[in-house]
Design a protein around this ligand. Structure first.
Ligand SMILES: Cc1cc2nc3c(=O)[nH]c(=O)nc-3n(C[C@H](O)[C@H](O)[C@H](O)COP(=O)(O)OP(=O)(O)OC[C@H]3O[C@@H](n4cnc5c(N)ncnc54)[C@H](O)[C@@H]3O)c2cc1C
Length: 219
């Protein structure tokens, strides 16, 4: 059970409450480690959840898309929910009923604010660009028209919860002595070797090599 309190009733984990985490720093850490947010809103066609890249500050989660993006349009000044999930392993129990997954997941709920200020917009785009591998400083700056064609929203990190599962299977007491294997299979994500475009025009930047964990002499 988290040593911190939930921010609201609706972000209080009820099922599996011992896996709940509400600490701001711990939740930020999961958000920094994740790569994709599944963002849900109500639209005039019904609810929709779409995968999106994101960036985080201490206070907000930035999301962006084309001006025509229907999810972000519906999410302007409306309730939104963003979920980030990192799957760390498959948990194999002695019966499929007790199978599970090891994971770190975060749910953020709240009203998104449209980012109008140009300086904040550029900061948000930089955070989203650099979230997984920092490439903002080694690419050309976005043009004014590219920025104008992009909608950016900021979802406050006020109402949020995390759930974290680690370890092996929890088998039924009746199954413990049966001769059936149980345990867990860790899942890790690693970068592959970067592949240059035919029109790459330059060597792979040191920032990219550092981020993917390779020395230039290994390529
Ligand atoms: C990779 C993965 C696979 C899963 N597979 C399943 C599955 O197949 N079936 C299933 O029933 N459940 C699954 N879960 C757990 C699921 O996410 C819910 O936690 C669980 O179903 C309880 O739902 P509830 O509506 O009863 O939650 P409640 O505890 O009632 O939810 C209340 C509040 O708790 C918070 N919360 C709930 N779940 C999470 C979460 N995962 N992360 C962060 N905050 C959370 C939210 O703020 C939510 O508003 C999976 C989770 C992960 C990460």
């Amino acid at each position: 059970m988290s040593e911190h309190l939930p921010a609201s009733d609706r972000t209080t984990v009820r099922r599996g409450a011992k896996r709940a985490e509400y600490g701001h720093e711990n939740i930020l850490e999961i958000l920094r480690s994740g790569s994709v947010a599944h963002v849900g809103v109500n639209t005039s066609d019904g609810p929709i959840v779409l995968p999106m890249v994101y960036g985080v500050t201490d206070d907000v989660m930035y999301l962006h898309g084309a001006l025509a993006n229907s999810l972000l349009k519906s999410g302007m000044d409306a309730e939104m929910c963003a979920t980030v999930t990192i799957v760390d392993g498959l948990v194999i129990a002695k019966t499929p009923f007790n199978h599970s997954m090891n994971y770190r997941s975060v749910v953020v709920r709240g009203k998104a604010r449209v980012v109008e200020d140009e300086e904040e917009a550029i900061h948000a785009l930089r955070l989203m660009t650099d979230h997984i591998v920092p490439t903002w400083d080694v690419t050309r700056d976005p043009s004014a028209s590219e920025i104008r064609a992009t909608r950016i929203v900021a979802l406050p990190l006020d109402e949020k919860s995390a759930k974290v599962r680690t370890g092996g299977a929890i088998n039924d007491p009746d199954d413990v002595d049966t001769a059936v294997w149980s345990g867990y299979i860790p899942i890790t994500s690693t970068f592959g070797t970067p592949v240059s475009n035919d029109d790459a025009g330059a060597d792979i930047p040191a920032e990219v090599l550092r981020a993917v964990g390779r020395d230039v002499h290994e390529l």
